[in-house]
Design a protein around this ligand. Structure first.
Ligand SMILES: Cc1cc2nc3c(=O)[nH]c(=O)nc-3n(C[C@H](O)[C@H](O)[C@H](O)COP(=O)(O)O)c2cc1C
Length: 144
């Protein structure tokens, strides 16, 4: 990763205030994002969003003043399963090529590793994703 030069981005914004300027690289908490938004028009988050996607669940409320979705992780996972089913039916997409991008969903909670292991177990690739979800939750329950 190249050195992060936030100050250079802030200077650009000061020199070209009418330009829409966003920043990215290394942001991982609400506070640092909010601080950047004091000076800039936008913040992009890469790795933290991927590894801890539950952080995003608060963003509509925090940054846009919208009501919280109220969804639980399990409800989000359920919707992902429905999406996997739809994609499989419509395009023949293998569920695991979708599931691999939600591996961070339970990160930080007890049992997250076991849950992830089930979803990424190649021996289960022939099972329907709803069944994989059921098995993954058996493992979550063991550690919860
Ligand atoms: C899962 C993932 C996918 C990304 N895809 C792209 C991409 O398609 N194009 C791109 O320019 N950068 C991409 N990036 C890089 C990010 O936009 C960002 O520049 C980089 O991750 C540094 O920000 P971060 O510290 O918040 O991760 C991706 C990063 C991640 C983690």
């Amino acid at each position: 990763m190249p050195p992060l030069r936030y100050e250079l981005v802030h200077r650009l914004k000061r020199e070209f205030p009418h330009r829409v300027i966003g920043i990215n690289g290394g942001f991982a908490t609400d506070d640092v994002v909010l601080a950047q938004l004091e000076e800039l028009d936008g913040v992009m988050v890469g790795r933290e969003a991927y590894h801890h996607p539950w952080w995003l669940a608060r963003w509509d409320a925090l940054f846009y003043g919208e009501p919280e979705s109220g969804l639980t992780r399990e409800e989000v996972e359920e919707r992902m399963v429905a999406y996997m089913e739809r994609e499989a039916a419509q395009r023949g997409t293998a569920w695991h090529s979708i599931a691999r991008h939600m591996m961070g969903l339970y990160n930080g909670l007890p049992g997250a590793r076991r849950w992830r292991q089930v979803w990424s177990d190649h021996r289960l690739k022939g099972e329907p994703p709803r069944e994989v979800m059921r098995l993954a939750h058996e493992r979550l329950a063991v550690e919860a």
